[in-house]
Design a protein. Structure first.
Length: 184
């Protein structure tokens, strides 16, 4: 089995994520198992970040390093059979659990997201509802105690295109209105 090691060198790059330019199709086609981004400064090469992939081309691990090349943060991901993220865990530079996000789906629709802190305490719960056409209608956020934080309501035009997202606080006061327009 041929083993491919991909190492990208990005000099002077502040935002590293665009450097991971391989699309999912290439990752699967070339059987890429991992990739990393390094920078060279003053004759020294330092690893900035790395990613590992599963056989379907999904990112299963992302590791970020600080400018000294020491571990800054590590994210791990698990997927369902539809390649939707069902678990996202974030570790800090010391390797301690920082947060864990569990996501539930009904078919292809995300219906619930639970976020826990490093002590396994529920911090936020987000519930999603959809129309019979699969359009997201509401996104409701609760704190760890189950109290409403905010709610977003989505509206669509007769073509099924999103035209508005209206977000309100726990008291029903409008926080933000986003309008979407399209040119045909």
């Amino acid at each position: 089995m041929v083993k491919f090691i991909v190492s990208l060198i990005c000099v002077g790059v502040l935002n590293i994520h665009p450097c991971f330019s391989q699309n999912k199709k290439d990752i699967v086609s070339y059987r890429i198992k991992s990739s990393s981004v390094s920078t060279e400064e003053g004759g020294k090469t330092k690893k900035i970040s790395s990613q590992r992939f599963d056989a379907a081309g999904n990112v299963i691990e992302e590791v970020d390093y600080n400018k000294e090349g020491e571990l800054k943060k590590k994210d791990t991901y698990k997927y369902n059979k539809n390649n939707d993220v069902i678990e996202h865990i974030v570790y800090n530079g010391g390797g301690s659990l920082k947060k864990k996000v569990l996501t539930k789906y009904s078919g292809t629709n995300k219906i619930e997201e639970l976020e826990y802190d490093g002590d396994a305490v529920l911090k936020e719960k987000i519930v999603y509802t959809y129309s019979s056409f699969g359009e997201k209608i509401t996104e409701t956020s609760f704190d760890g105690k189950g109290l409403l934080k905010e709610k977003s309501i989505y509206t669509y035009n007769n073509k099924g295109l999103k035209v508005e997202k209206r977000t309100t606080d726990a008291d029903g006061k409008t926080i933000e209105i986003k309008k979407y327009t399209y040119e045909f």
